[in-house]
Design a protein around this ligand. Structure first.
Ligand SMILES: [Zn+2]
Length: 302
């Protein structure tokens, strides 16, 4: 990483462990990374926990970024040309840097939900979505996981990056209201006094607005580069999340870690038969266990 980031990480006393790099994972499935099998890697945005280490890919692998990136990071704004830059010049000095530009989004004429979209392969299988707010150039992606045969069983995985950071930012919603009763699996609740099943009123009771149809959280002022745009983007995630053909995965959703299967042990296309979206919807509520325990206890429901 750029020295500026290393310094910040050390100053904050953080320890960052990467057991397997993306390249290691690909190679464990016999993908010929050195031979150029990976044509491009995508940065949802340039925060260090999302960039990986592009230098582990050969120079034939392109780096794909979102709108405005090239203007913010000309060579002179990268380390070592600029001391405090978060990005190193050698991350893309010897590879093609491809920006999905604002003009490309406008020219495509495609909207998916509220978002401007680019159909990357031109066959409806994979879209980049212009999802501004968290950081300049923030991209989400939408991958089709069932054939577009008009049989009514469409399914997509929405790769949300940092459009939101916790399920409580987009659930519950008018499309996906709190359930009347909720049973979370035992592993999530280990050592906790979480009611099982937990009545919907108890969940609603700890909601800041006592609402069953509005998200628990809203984006904090100053957390994202543009708060208003970030909120607009989250509203779009709410709309996606309300569709049963959509598996919404945001980068930091730890509640999905034991719901999803991981490459190479998974066929992502099969998520809908396994109802992985439904399995994951309410698991974030385990993070509120102590409040829920208190509320349930106070109401004499335990
Ligand atoms: Zn981020």
């Amino acid at each position: 990483m750029a020295p500026y980031l290393v310094g910040r990480i050390e100053k904050n006393g953080w320890t960052i462990t990467v057991q397997k790099d993306v390249r290691d994972i690909l190679e464990s499935a016999s993908v010929d990374v050195a031979g150029g099998a990976i044509k491009g890697i995508v940065w949802s945005h340039y925060h260090f926990d999302h960039t990986g280490d592009p230098s582990r890919f050969p120079s034939s692998t392109k780096l794909i970024v979102g709108p405005g990136f090239k203007a913010r990071f000309p060579r002179e704004n990268t380390w070592p040309n600029k001391e405090n830059s978060p990005l190193r010049e050698d991350m893309w000095a010897r590879r093609e840097l491809v920006e999905v530009t604002s003009e490309a989004f406008e020219k495509s004429g495609i909207r998916v939900g509220r978002f401007r979209a680019v159909d990357w392969w031109g066959d409806g299988s994979f879209f980049f979505l212009d999802t501004p707010g968290h950081l300049l150039g923030h991209l989400c992606a939408l991958a089709r996981t069932t054939a577009a045969d008009g049989e009514g069983d469409d399914s997509f995985i929405f790769m949300g990056g940092d459009a939101a950071h916790h399920g409580g930012e987009f659930r519950p919603s008018e499309y996906l209201p709190l359930p009347k009763s909720l049973t979370l699996d035992g592993a999530l609740l280990k050592g906790k006094n979480f009611p099982s099943p937990c009545p919907g009123e108890v969940l609603q009771g700890i909601h800041p607005k006592q609402s069953a149809a509005e998200p628990f959280y809203s984006a904090k002022e100053g957390f994202n580069e543009d708060t208003e745009l970030a909120k607009w983007t989250i509203d779009g995630v709410v709309e996606f999340d309300g569709h049963d053909e959509m598996l919404v995965v945001i980068a930091h959703d730890h509640s999905l870690l034991d719901v999803l299967d991981f490459y190479p042990n998974a066929d992502a296309n099969g998520w809908r038969e396994k109802m992985l979206n439904r399995k994951g919807w309410w698991r974030f509520l385990a993070d509120f266990a102590s409040g829920i325990e208190q509320a349930a206890g106070g109401a004499g429901k335990l």
